[in-house]
Design a protein around this ligand. Structure first.
Ligand code: SF4
Ligand code: SF4
Length: 133
C-alpha cells in the first residue's frame, strides 16, 4: 500500500514536469528579462564632466580614473561592482545607469572604456562697467 502511494506521488511529479513550463529561461538563446531597476552598466556623458575627480576618489572598487591634465575619464568594467554610488556622488549629473549589460571583454582587453572629456566651462558674464557721466 505504502509503495503504491510513493509511485502515485512520483507519477504526479513526472506529469507535472511534462505539463508545466520551466521556471528558468533559455538564456542566451532567449534574451534575459530586464526590469526598470536592473543594474546593467554605468553610462558617462563627457560633455557634462568638469573633471572634479569626486567619482574617482569615492569609487569603492577604484574602477574610475580621471586624468585632468589630458581630459580623459576611464572606467574599468571588470572592477566596477555597479553599486551606483558614483551616480549619486556626481553633482554634474554626467553618470547614469543603463539596464543593459556591457559588452563581453577578454582579460586582454580588460573591459576598460576611455572617454575624452568635452566639457567646456562657460564664460562668466562680464561685469558692466559703470557709465561715465
Ligand atoms: S563624472 Fe562627475 S564626479 Fe566624476 S569627475 Fe566628472 S563631474 Fe566629477
Ligand atoms: S558603480 Fe560603483 S563601483 Fe562602479 S564605478 Fe560607480 S562607484 Fe565605482
Amino acid at each position: 500500500m505504502y509503495g503504491a502511494v510513493i509511485v502515485m506521488k512520483m507519477l504526479k511529479t513526472i506529469i507535472k514536469q511534462f505539463t508545466h513550463k520551466p521556471v528558468t529561461t533559455k538564456f542566451p538563446a532567449e534574451p534575459a528579462k530586464k526590469f526598470e531597476a536592473t543594474r546593467g552598466h554605468i553610462v558617462f556623458d563627457p560633455s557634462k564632466c568638469t573633471s572634479c575627480t569626486i567619482c574617482m576618489k569615492r569609487c569603492p572598487s577604484q574602477a574610475i580614473t580621471v586624468d585632468r591634465a589630458n581630459k580623459i575619464w576611464t572606467i574599468d568594467r571588470f572592477k566596477c561592482v555597479i553599486c551606483g554610488g558614483c551616480i549619486e556622488m556626481c553633482k554634474f549629473k554626467c553618470l547614469s545607469m543603463e539596464n543593459t549589460y556591457s559588452a563581453a571583454a577578454t582579460p586582454a582587453e580588460r573591459g576598460i572604456d576611455e572617454y575624452v572629456i568635452t566639457y567646456v566651462k562657460p564664460e562668466r558674464p562680464k561685469k558692466e562697467e559703470p557709465k561715465s557721466e
